[in-house]
Design a protein around this ligand. Structure first.
Ligand SMILES: *Cc1c(COP(=O)(O)O)cnc(C)c1O
Length: 416
């Protein structure tokens, strides 16, 4: 992948879309709301990133591993039967493509970022790696790259998530990671993230925190986006090869927002490309059980960044809910808040029930069992396709495979 150089000042509106300003802000969002003890570590990380993003030796190592270890590029797959399913009676309609991040080693897009960050950690001389995880995909990706580079790995995971994602807990342990259960709160992603930050504050000298999404304090939202941007870069060139043009619509699920930013970033300056992010509507956005941060949240600060946030009138974080552990987070990456307010991207939500239907639809029509997170983006086709005219080309980020969710889904669906 090619990382574009960053300039410290970004005064114009145009470039503030592309990168955070010198204070790590996307408009009013982002920033570094962290304890003093973390400021040197964040600066060190930013400096290392600036140094290595254009370093040929770093890029060569990263690109080699992306190819031979991760299996990139991931295919852009024409979903023929899904396309037929949504065709109008005359056969016209949306042409639906899947960007197959589910085919990456470890089964999701998370490895792109984990690999990039572990290479930075190695160069910063950090021997101990920590991470938070929700569905366990980021924990697995982090455990994987730590095994590959022989680094000490500790993963914080909520007890509730450990139960619903038992397979991923086992995978992490198999690769030599220590999985530390977090009992606080609802035992989900927010609580695991808070615990990982606490660990980092205590062990910052020896430890690198591999944050798993485009959330957290600057430079994480930018850094994670840059390591995930390969998704959109490959998509552009694959679209060019297949039909010689741009996609019309990009569709991705949004938890913290890294797979969506990875797909969107490359196309931000292409005004004809519509960008749609789908949040977890849980039992409905009018219930109190959902994780639709951009749809229903208000601006606040969580985990070091200002962004939309699910909070009560005292500013206390409301516990989120989703069937999908990877979307079950009360915050969202600051750049998504910026893209929402600027109108450049649109955000909607689908419920657990719709996501389950989406998961079954893709399984039956294409023989691809998507992750429950991904199933949210798939499910939105039900709403989107009837609204469209002509034959727009839609690229959906197939962010991960569903093996990890089979146990959860089997408890709900009766397929006999
Ligand atoms: C973690 C995860 C997500 C949600 O995280 P984002 O940062 O919003 O991408 C989505 N899909 C899969 C498969 C995941 O593992």
């Amino acid at each position: 992948m090619t990382l574009t150089p960053i300039s410290p000042q970004s005064a114009s509106a145009q470039s503030s879309v592309q990168r955070p300003d010198a204070l790590g802000r996307f408009g009013q969002f982002g920033g570094k709301y962290v304890p003093e003890t973390l400021m040197p570590a964040l600066s060190e990380l930013e400096t290392a990133f600036e140094q290595y993003r254009n370093d040929p030796e770093f890029q060569q190592e990263l690109q080699g591993l992306m190819r031979d270890y991760v299996g990139r590029p991931s295919p852009l797959y024409f979903a023929e039967r899904l396309t037929q399913h949504y065709a109008r009676p005359d056969g016209s309609g949306a042409q639906i493509y899947l960007k197959r991040e589910d085919l990456n080693h470890t089964g999701a897009h998370k490895i792109n970022n984990a690999l990039g960050q572990v290479l930075l950690a190695k160069r910063m001389g950090k021997q101990r790696i920590i991470a938070e995880t929700g569905a366990g995909q980021h924990g697995v990706a982090t455990a994987t790259v730590c095994a590959r580079f022989g680094l000490n790995c500790i993963i914080y995971m909520g007890v509730h998530d450990m139960e619903r994602q038992a397979l991923n807990v086992f995978r992490m342990r198999l690769m030599g990671a220590e999985v530390r259960p977090v009992e606080a709160g609802t035992g989900t992603l927010k609580d695991a993230t808070s615990e990982a930050i606490r660990d980092w504050v205590t062990n910052v000298e020896t430890t690198h925190y591999i944050l798993g999404s485009v959330a957290g304090p600057h430079p994480y939202p930018m850094l994670v986006r840059e390591f995930q941007a390969i998704i959109g870069e490959e998509t552009r060139s694959q679209c060019q090869t297949v039909w010689g043009g741009l996609p019309d619509i990009l569709l991705a699920c949004v938890g913290g927002g890294s797979n969506a930013m990875g797909l969107f970033h490359e196309f931000i300056d292409d005004p004809t490309v519509r960008m749609i992010g789908i949040e977890a509507g849980g039992e409905g956005v009018d219930s109190d059980k959902h994780a639709a941060t951009l749809t229903r949240g208000r601006v606040g600060v969580l985990h070091g960044a200002m962004s939309y946030l699910l909070q009560d009138s005292d500013g206390q974080v409301i516990e989120p809910y989703s069937i999908s552990a990877g979307l079950d987070y009360p915050g969202v990456g600051p750049e998504h808040s910026f893209l929402k307010d600027s109108g450049r991207a649109e955000y909607y939500s689908v419920t657990d029930k719709q996501a389950l239907e989406g998961l079954q639809r893709l399984s039956r029509l294409e023989g691809i069992i998507p992750a429950l997170e991904t199933a949210h983006a798939i499910a939105y086709l039900e709403t989107l396709c009837p609204q469209l005219t002509g034959n727009p080309r839609i690229v959906i980020n197939c962010s991960g495979r569903g093996d990890k969710d089979v146990q959860t889904v089997a408890k709900i669906l009766d397929l006999t």
